[in-house]
Design a protein around this ligand. Sequence first.
Ligand code: GNR
Ligand code: NI
Length: 169
Amino acid sequence: MAIKPIQFVPNPVLRKSALPVENITDKTLQLLDDMAETMYDAPGIGLAGPQIGELKRLIVMDCSRDDEKSELWQMINPEVIELSEDNSTLEEGCLSIPGHTAEVSRPDWIKLRFTDIKGKEQQIKAEGLLAACIQHEIDHLDGILFIDHISKLKRDIIWRKVLKEARQT
Ligand code: GNR
Ligand code: NI
């Protein structure tokens, strides 16, 4: 296992679409383990391939609270197959946009299809924080960031700070 460097905005890799994983190889599984280690080290509750510069449809998540048993999800080619009509709002952050958060509204439950690390296709229904996190991670696979879901005014404020911070490093 290895901790991989996290890519930050405005790195263009975060705006590209990730490609489906056709064959699950040792390298795929290695990458998913590195992603889990990188996520726990950060610490974050999710991580998507593009955030470590890998344009592959791979995500990892662990939304368990500190007082709960950890629950690591490692998903290959995740796809939303059903969305709730009702939305809920949650304060989101992103490891690729450190230091900024915003309230984001998303469907409050989703049904999801993905391939697990054993190559088995799975379907689950997720709600609450896990549902928000899965949608945030799948967005990353399509080059979408949480700031794309907020008002232009709020997005411009964050973006101006991001560019200023990038200039200073
Ligand atoms: O660590 C993270 N916290 C978080 C909080 C609310 C909704 C989504 C997230 S995901 C984020 C980690 C990250 O950037 N994943 O891509
Ligand atoms: Ni993120």
